[in-house]
Design a protein around this ligand. Structure first.
Ligand code: UD1
Ligand code: UDP
Length: 363
C-alpha cells in the first residue's frame, strides 16, 4: 500500500519520525507485496533550520519526496497554498491513504485535500479536545477527525470525546507516539546534557519555559505579564524562543528581560529533552512540552486555562495557570513545594507506532 504522509510543523517531524521508523521495521518483516511505501510531503509551514531541518538530521528522517515551500502567512492563505500543492501531489502520487498528525494548518490542508479526492485519511492524535474554539488548532482537529477514516487515539479520553461527537467507526486506541518517541530518544538525549553547561544552568536548579500560542503571543500585555511572572520564580528560567515569540517580544518591547530570564534560540529535540529532564519546573503553553514534562516527571505549569491533555492535570503533575502573573507565580510555588505523586500510564505502552501500522497494514 502507498501511504502519503503530510508534515509541516516542528512537532509533526518528531511524531512522523516514530511512525516512519516503525514502517521501516514493518517492511523488513514483510514480503515485497505486503510492504508499506511511504511518500513524505513537507508543506513548508516551518522552514528555518532550527524549526525544521534540525529534526530531519537528528532523527534520521528521510528527505521529503515533495517540499511545497508554503512558508508563513495568514491562516486562510497558508492553508489555501497547502491545499493547492497537496491536491497536485496527491493526484500525482496516487496514495491509498493519507496520514496526518495533530492539529496544525498542515493537518487541516492534508485532510481537506485528501477528502476532496476521496482518499481515506488516517489521523494520528485523533479525538483531542480543549473545548476552546478560539484556538485554531481546535477547529483543525474537529474538522480532520470528522473527515478521517482511521482515527488513532492516544488516550481513553480522546476515544470518549469522539464518541460524544458520534464518531465510533475506525477509532483505535493506540497510545501516544510522543511517548514512543521519548522512550526511543532518551538515551541519545542524555548525550546532550552538555547543553545545560553551555546555557549556564545546573541540573535541578532552573526552570524551562516555552511560549508560542497565538492567544499569548498576539497580545503584548499578556506576553509582558508572563515575563514578569517568570522573573519572580526565584530560579534562572531558560526560554527557547519560537520565532513567532521572538518577533512578538520585540514588538511588545520586552525582548531584553532583566534578571534570571534567559531568552535563547530554539533547541533540537534531543537538547530539549535534556533541558526538560533536568529542569526543576517547566512552564509552557505547548501541548507536546506539557506531556513531556509529565512523562519525565517534572512538575509543569501550563500557561493556558484549559488543556487537551487533562490526564497530566488529574495526575497532579500539571497546573493550569492561564496568563495572569499572580496565578503563574502561585502555581509555580505550589508545584515546587509539592512532593511527587504516582502519575499512572495514560499514554500507552510506548508501542503506539506499531499499533498504528498493524491497523494500516490491514487497510
Ligand atoms: C503552529 C501550529 C501549532 C503548533 C506549532 C508548533 C497552526 C495553526 N499552529 O503554530 O498548533 O503548536 O506550529 O510549533 O498550524 N515562523 C518563522 N520561521 C519558521 C516558522 C514560523 O519565522 O520556520 C514565524 C512566522 O512569523 C510565522 C509564525 O512564526 O508567521 C507562526 O508560524 P505558524 O507555522 O503559522 O504557526 P505556529 O505558531 O508555529
Ligand atoms: N521542542 C524542541 N525544541 C524547542 C521547543 C520544543 O525540540 O526549542 C520540541 C518539544 O520537545 C516537543 C515539541 O517540540 O517534542 C513540541 O512542539 P511545539 O511546542 O512547537 O508544538 P505543540 O506540541 O504545542 O503543538
Amino acid at each position: 500500500m502507498k501511504l502519503l504522509t503530510v508534515v509541516g510543523a516542528r512537532p509533526q517531524f518528531i511524531k512522523a519520525a516514530v511512525v516512519s521508523r516503525a514502517i521501516a521495521g514493518f517492511n523488513e518483516r514483510r514480503h515485497v507485496d505486503g510492504r508499506i511505501q511511504e511518500v513524505l510531503v513537507h508543506t513548508g509551514q516551518h522552514y528555518e533550520d532550527g524549526m525544521s531541518a534540525v529534526f530531519f538530521r537528528e532523527l534520521g528522517i528521510p528527505a521529503p519526496a515533495y517540499h511545497l515551500g508554503v512558508g508563513s502567512g495568514p491562516h486562510g492563505q497558508q492553508t489555501g497554498r497547502m491545499l493547492d500543492g497537496l491536491e497536485r501531489v496527491m493526484q500525482q502520487a496516487g496514495p491509498d491513504c493519507v496520514l496526518v498528525y495533530g492539529d496544525t494548518n498542515s493537518t487541516l490542508a492534508g485532510g481537506l485535500a485528501a477528502s476532496k479526492l476521496q482518499i481515506p485519511i488516517a489521523h494520528v492524535e485523533a479525538g483531542l479536545r480543549s473545548y476552546n474554539r478560539a484556538m485554531p488548532e481546535e477547529i483543525n482537529r474537529i474538522i480532520v477527525d470528522h473527515l478521517s477514516t482511521l482515527l488513532f487515539c492516544p488516550t481513553t479520553r480522546s476515544v470518549k470525546n469522539l464518541s460524544c461527537e458520534g464518531i465510533t467507526k475506525g477509532v483505535h486506541l493506540v497510545g501516544d507516539v510522543m511517548y514512543d518517541s521519548l522512550l526511543h530518544n532518551q538515551e541519545r538525549a542524555g548525550q546532550k546534557d552538555g547543553i545545560l553547561k553551555s546555557l549556564g544552568v545546573r541540573p535541578g536548579q532552573y526552570a524551562l519555559a516555552t511560549i508560542h500560542r497565538a492567544q499569548t503571543t498576539d497580545h503584548p500585555e499578556t506576553l509582558r505579564n508572563i515575563l514578569v511572572a517568570l522573573g519572580y520564580l526565584g530560579l534562572p528560567v531558560l526560554v527557547p524562543l519560537h520565532p513567532r515569540t521572538k518577533a512578538a517580544l520585540r514588538t511588545a518591547g520586552v525582548d531584553r528581560p532583566s534578571g534570571e530570564v534567559r531568552l535563547v534560540s530554539p533547541v533540537s529535540y534531543h537538547e530539549m529533552l535534556a533541558l526538560e529532564r533536568h529542569a526543576r519546573l517547566i512552564l509552557t503553553d505547548s501541548g507536546g512540552v506539557q506531556k513531556e514534562a509529565f512523562l519525565l516527571r517534572v512538575p509543569c505549569v501550563t500557561l493556558r486555562n484549559e488543556t487537551e491533555w487533562e490526564e497530566t492535570v488529574e495526575a497532579g503533575w500539571n497546573r493550569l495557570a492561564g496568563t495572569d502573573p499572580d496565578r503563574i507565580v502561585t502555581a509555580a510555588r505550589a508545584s515546587l513545594a509539592e512532593g511527587p505523586t504516582d502519575p499512572g500510564h495514560p499514554y500507552g505502552d510506548g508501542h503506539a507506532a506499531e499499533a498504528i501500522l498493524e491497523v494500516l497494514a490491514g487497510v
